[in-house]
Design a protein around this ligand. Sequence first.
Ligand code: GSH
Length: 203
Amino acid sequence: MKLYGEAMPAPNPRRVRMFLAEKGVALPEIQVSLRKGEHKSAEHRARNSLGQVPTLELDDGTCISETISICRYLEALHPAPPLFGRTPLEHAHIDMWVRRVEFQIMTPVGMFWRHAHPLTAALLTQYKEFGESNRALYARGIAWLDRELNGRDWVAGDAYTIADIALLTTVDFATFTGLDLPEDASNVAAWRARASARPSAGA
Ligand SMILES: N[C@@H](CCC(=O)N[C@@H](CS)C(=O)NCC(=O)O)C(=O)O
């Protein structure tokens, strides 16, 4: 089994690396250079028709894409420690938080990156005004999350989960793009310090 990915700051392959680090599982990662456009090659599109990373290739050649789907597969193979929950309620709760992080936080960061950042300008037709409008959406999402995190250690509750991985990779990538955490988001900042102190954050 091997992973096709890309180094920092690409947030999605990092989510899988962090997940593996939390599980204590080592997997070879083959670098697919986004800068060189290797993700859009026929070779990589045969693994993932969307031409994106990460993609997990099994020993029989079967490929799985979509970060959360890859992590769910790895969770089934390596259940401990549980990062998607144990009970039906935990499963639902953690799933809810992953979706909220992706829709409320990751989407504005992604839209800012695609439509307002100079590093992506050559890749698509940018709608700069739309791109810039995502600064406010990111700030609004973080302010909401800051209220949610009041008095709790981790995104989905008492335990560190895949939702924390989704959020850390997103806020770190946001910082890379130039979207800083609002200064008054003290609960998110404290959560970020806790999550960043875990060895998996270095993955
Ligand atoms: N929904 C996908 C998104 C994957 C994704 O956007 N990956 C980025 C790298 S972090 C990528 O491959 N970007 C190139 C592109 O979309 O063309 C997932 O969750 O894995």
